[in-house]
Design a protein around this ligand. Structure first.
Ligand code: FAD
Length: 410
């Protein structure tokens, strides 16, 4: 492709933008992808990365249609079949087992770098996507029939639709003047790779502690990737401890689970917030992934929502094209906005409520009642799991096993 005129220009080739570029190009759209920093080649022999994600079965189905899942699954990933939630005080562990819900797995723990690199490999070798990297978005000039996108290099691209998949600090969102609700949790997510006396048997384990949840996510080699949500000052204190001091604290916080901590890698911490854009669409432009919404990571849903955004948009655009319509038309974008904003806000406020239930002492009776309900009520557990698996009725069809080819059939 030599033309600088495209159906879709995507800004940002993180996990979400790269997946969308692959889905759309495979569906026959002309696509340009603009990325500031080329992803580093994934090295399976190097130490496990600090950023991992719990990828839901629905997201895995989407990545499969994007051509990236086979590559991802052939590397060091760890499927998990059990999820265990406890509060370490009064609560009998709440256990979800995949087979009980007719699921082959509840999710797969994958390094973020592996997901991004795999999707990047697919698009950079397919010849179907024009990649502008390293380059960055300088400006968007909205027009009646198309938008003009100017890059830092001076290159000008035109597109029927521009997609902002450029992360939480989205420049696309700022250029469009879309406001955002921002709630800081005054918490950090402390991450590290940790080995315990006993290997992790493939369980995503989470204990709600007064300062926030501590999660152990299983890795391929039997170690776990931890995400420990802590008040920011406490996270800072734990980051500053030497290894022995940190291990003592982590042993106390995770006592009774797989014995003592016996190996510990480097630590890092990320500030946690909820950010919700007031709209995901404006003037031939849409937002997706963290550019549109950032949610608390306690249920590991952030990037899963982003993959669902990408799938939902791809489905919509394929249908519009089959009907001979304009993929950037206001009505098309309004439908995307309505559907995805409602889904993300439900998830964001759900995470917010769960976090508050565990964070506020006075809410203990409500917490007990809620957990007892989830424990005893089969429909409540089933609904909870279908949503977490990304395969519920509101999930995009690509997440529920429908193929791109099927969607493209007239
Ligand atoms: C501690 C922690 C744990 C988490 N765990 C999970 C989990 O288990 N499961 C889960 O689903 N989610 C999880 N998340 C959330 C998840 O990490 C994010 O939702 C996800 O990384 C967002 O991906 P993205 O592609 O939308 O954005 P990003 O990863 O931010 O990608 C944006 C891309 O755009 C590029 N870019 C930015 N600006 C420009 C520009 N102007 N021009 C060109 N390129 C640009 C950037 O270089 C980048 O490559 C977690 C988050 C945290 C903090």
């Amino acid at each position: 492709m030599n033309s600088s005129s495209y159906d879709v220009v995507i800004i940002g080739a993180g996990m979400v933008g790269a997946t969308l570029a692959s889905l759309l190009s495979r569906a026959g759209f002309s696509v340009a992808l603009v990325e500031a920093v080329a992803p580093a080649e994934f090295d399976g022999a190097a130490e496990v990365g600090l950023r991992v994600s719990a990828i839901s079965p629905g997201s895995a189905a989407i990545l499969e249609q994007a051509g990236a899942w086979k590559r991802i699954a052939s590397e060091r990933v760890r499927p998990y079949r059990r999820m265990q939630v406890e509060d370490g005080v009064e609560l009998e562990p709440l256990v979800f087992d995949a087979p009980v819900f007719n699921l082959e797995r509840l999710g797969t723990i994958v390094e973020n770098d592996l997901v991004q690199w795999s999707a990047w490999q697919v698009i950079s070798t397919s010849g179907l996507v024009d990649i502008f990297c390293p380059d960055h978005l300088a400006g968007i000039e909205p027009g009646e029939r198309h938008n003009r996108v100017t890059l830092g290099s001076g290159q000008v691209l035109t597109a029927s639709l521009v997609v902002g998949a450029d992360g939480a600090g989205s420049r696309v969102r700022k250029i469009l003047g879309l406001r955002q609700r921002h709630f800081s949790y005054n918490q950090h997510g402390l991450v590290a790779v940790v080995g315990k006396q006993k290997p992790n048997p493939g369980v995503a384990w989470q204990r709600f502690l007064p300062g926030g949840p501590l999660a152990f996510l299983p890795l391929a080699d039997g170690r776990s990737s931890i995400v420990w949500t802590l008040p920011s000052a406490e996270a800072e204190r734990l980051l500053a401890l030497d290894d022995a001091g940190f291990i003592t604290e982590l042993d106390t916080a995770s006592s009774g689970w797989l014995g003592h901590v016996d190996t510990l890698g480097p630590r890092a911490a990320f500030p946690l917030s909820m950010r919700l854009s007031e709209s995901y669409a404006s003037r031939r432009t849409v937002l997706m992934g963290d550019a549109a919404h950032v949610v608390h990571p306690l249920a590991g849903q952030g990037v899963n929502l982003g993959f669902a955004d990408a799938a939902a948009l791809a489905e919509k655009l394929i249908a519009v094209r089959l009907g001979g319509g304009d993929v950037g038309a206001a009505g098309v974008l309004r439908e995307y906005d309505r559907a995805r904003r409602s889904e993300s806000e439900t998830m964001a406020f759900g995470m917010h409520a769960i976090r508050s239930l565990f964070a506020i002492d006075g809410l203990a009776p409500l917490r007990r009642a809620g957990l007892a309900l989830v424990k005893r009520s089969w429909p409540a557990r089933d609904m909870f799991l279908q949503r977490a698996a990304g395969t519920g009725a509101s999930a995009p069809r690509l997440a529920r096993g429908v193929t791109l080819r099927e969607l493209m059939r007239p």
